[in-house]
Design a protein around this ligand. Structure first.
Ligand code: AMP
Length: 593
């Protein structure tokens, strides 16, 4: 079975359906390129009109799974990409997460493979991180949930080989994985690639950032020559264009004109806070919004200490960091999705690609290392067309970074105050009134409980001669409990701080963050150089160093600076002020064993 077809032999029906998209897709100067507007996604549970998806000619099993997911109509990237991929064309797409790009490639591939009975995998999807691999594999699984015997397997580092090997031994249609682990399985012969007829490179720019270029090229060279190639990337630097030129055959090119509409759904705010007041400020923020929150911190140690502090304040919290085994991380994300956990404290690496629709607030507790990290963090909210809020904590030293961040993201980040006692107490009061009101509405729904309540009321009136207002007051008292309802801690520091910060001038603004070449610009003041005793003689390459550092510590690939490999040692620029625990881990790092 092959997925590849000649695009010139378009059937008239297919041509027609493509032309019908013309109102949305603007064909630009050169033949293949389609530039499209990004739009918020629409989801409707229950009352689903899947007409938009009917145009693609998908099998009923796929339409059913889309109906279950509540997708109303295809997103612009899906409208543009699906017809091309159904024809077997190669595709070069510029799209970020949140645009529906995963379904754009997954749906046509599932459609083509839904009758596949052969044992070996037909499609390989490569992603930069294990989090994205899991997420993409989950998407394939949910879109194929109604297609019988369709199998997707995820293979990535940091987990046991055995379960992956046994999954690869059985029938598999799609393999999703990270470059290092894919290479390992190919070398060991545990991943049979001779029947692969489609390769998808997802978040290709991120893979390049992490130094995976050589690995990707090695993998492509191992795969059968005649295959469909799909390349998605959030940005289109020349390196990506070069890969496209080298490996893609007359690809359809689709570019999202602007992703502004998605980020516009996220209201971006910042507050000034001194280091020693950060935890208190966080607790105060959570008084106003504590359902579906991600808090980003820089070190693993901080994730646990903050989570503990929040738990002690009565929140349901979980931690997501690189020390936590993969299956436990998946479990945590699942519990967050289902609402068993409301708050997640995470490091950047562990939360990469996290896609949970109910996230309403992202707190940047520690300032992000760069613009990309910030954009990724805030993108964890505002998912699937919903609105969201992002709050950035800024201390005196980080003020100029804030201005640079605003410049480089071309966004005005609005200043807010740390909630004072007055604000919090008003909110508590409002919540109490709402809760009592909601409970008065809800009690009609359960007849059994209603009878019980009437019984209790009668009892109180007869036995204790209580009147209605007495009973109501006692019930509210019961809800409040015996702890003091209002906050009355000293909050004078909040008022003082807001005044001091407002009066300070914004001198020393520089544009380091605006410059996209982070590695060179950050070098002088934000980086320290570390020497490692492995080098060219050990066969070490840049990608090996980056993946070892990322896998063994909480350091994000993007925050690694310049890497120089000499014959018997290597110099790596890493962020200044790394935590002692991280430094200890760096000392024990192994590269290629
Ligand atoms: P992605 O860009 O693939 O990371 O997808 C972002 C989010 O959009 C995911 O939560 C998807 O489940 C959701 N999504 C994808 N396609 C659609 C669609 N046509 N309608 C509504 N939601 C969608």
């Amino acid at each position: 079975m092959t997925l590849k077809k000649d695009s010139k032999s378009l059937g008239s029906e297919q041509k027609k359906s493509q032309n019908e998209d013309a109102s949305l897709i603007e064909l630009k100067n050169f033949e293949n390129k389609k530039e499209i507007e990004s739009q918020p996604l629409e989801v409707s549970k229950g009352n689903n009109n899947e007409n938009g998806f009917l145009d693609f000619g998908f099998k009923e099993s796929i339409l059913n799974s889309l109906r279950n997911k509540g997708y109303k109509s295809p997103t612009p990237i899906q409208k543009a990409a699906i017809p091309e991929l159904m024809l077997g064309r190669d595709l070069l797409g510029q799209a970020q997460t949140g645009t529906g790009k995963t379904a754009a490639f997954a749906l046509p591939l599932i459609e083509k493979l839904s009758d596949n009975k052969e044992l070996n995998a037909k499609v390989l999807v490569m992603t930069p991180t294990r989090e994205l691999a899991t997420q993409v594999a989950e998407s394939f699984k949910s879109y194929s949930s109604e297609s019988s015997n369709f199998k997707t397997v995820a293979i990535y580092g940091g987990t046991d080989y055995r379960s992956q090997i046994s999954a690869l031994k059985r029938k598999v249609d799609v393999v999703v994985g990270t470059p290092g682990r894919i290479m390992d399985h190919i070398r060991q012969g545990t991943f049979k690639i001779k029947d692969i007829n489609c390769l998808v490179l997802d978040e290709a720019d991120e893979m390049l950032n992490m130094g995976f270029l050589e690995d990707i090229e090695w993998i492509i060279d191992q795969l059968p020559e005649n295959k469909q190639m799909v390349l998605f990337s959030a940005t289109m630097p020349s390196e990506i264009r070069n890969i496209a030129k080298k490996y893609l055959n007359d690809p359809a090119e689709i570019f999202i004109k602007s992703v502004k509409k998605e980020t516009q759904l996220i209201s971006q705010k910042f507050l000034y806070v001194q280091r020693h007041h950060k935890l208190d400020a966080l607790k105060r923020i959570l008084e106003l919004n504590n359902e579906g929150v991600i808090i980003f911190v820089r070190t693993k140690l901080l994730t646990t200490s903050i989570a503990e502090a929040l738990e002690n304040s009565g929140h349901t919290v979980a931690v997501l960091n690189g020390d936590i085994p993969q299956n436990q991380r998946e479990n945590t994300v699942d519990r967050l999705k289902k609402g068993f956990i409301n708050i997640l404290v995470a490091t950047d690496v562990a939360a990469r690609g996290l896609d949970v629709e109910r996230i309403k607030l992202v707190v940047n507790y520690d300032f992000p290392f760069d613009k990309e990290t910030y954009t990724h963090r805030i993108g964890r909210t505002g998912r699937a067309g919903r609105s969201g809020e992002a709050i950035l904590f800024v201390n005196q030293r980080e003020k100029h970074f804030l201005r640079n961040l605003e410049n480089s993201t071309r966004t005005k980040i609005e200043e807010i105050n740390i909630p004072s006692n007055k604000v919090i107490n008003e909110k508590r009061m409002e919540k109490l009134i709402d809760n009592v009101n909601e409970s008065s509405l809800a009690k009609d729904e359960n007849e059994e409980n209603k009878a019980l309540i009437v019984d209790v009321l009668d009892n109180l009136k007869e036995k204790y001669s209580m009147d209605d207002s007495n009973i109501a007051m006692s019930a509210i008292n019961l809800v409040i409990g015996n702890k003091s309802f209002f906050v009355n801690e000293d909050d004078s520091w909040i008022h003082k701080q807001n005044n001091i910060d407002r009066n300070r001038s914004n001198r020393n603004i520089n544009n380091r963050m605006r410059n996209s070449n982070r590695r060179n610009n950050y070098q002088n003041d934000s980086f320290e150089t570390y020497k490692f005793n492995f080098g060219k003689f050990d066969g070490v390459r840049v990608a090996n160093i980056i993946s070892s550092i990322c896998n063994s510590t909480n350091i994000n690939g993007r925050s690694i600076g310049k890497i120089q490999i000499f014959n018997d040692y290597s110099l790596v620029d890493l962020p200044r002020d790394l935590h002692r625990e991280t430094k200890n881990k760096l000392k024990k790092i192994k590269v290629r064993n």
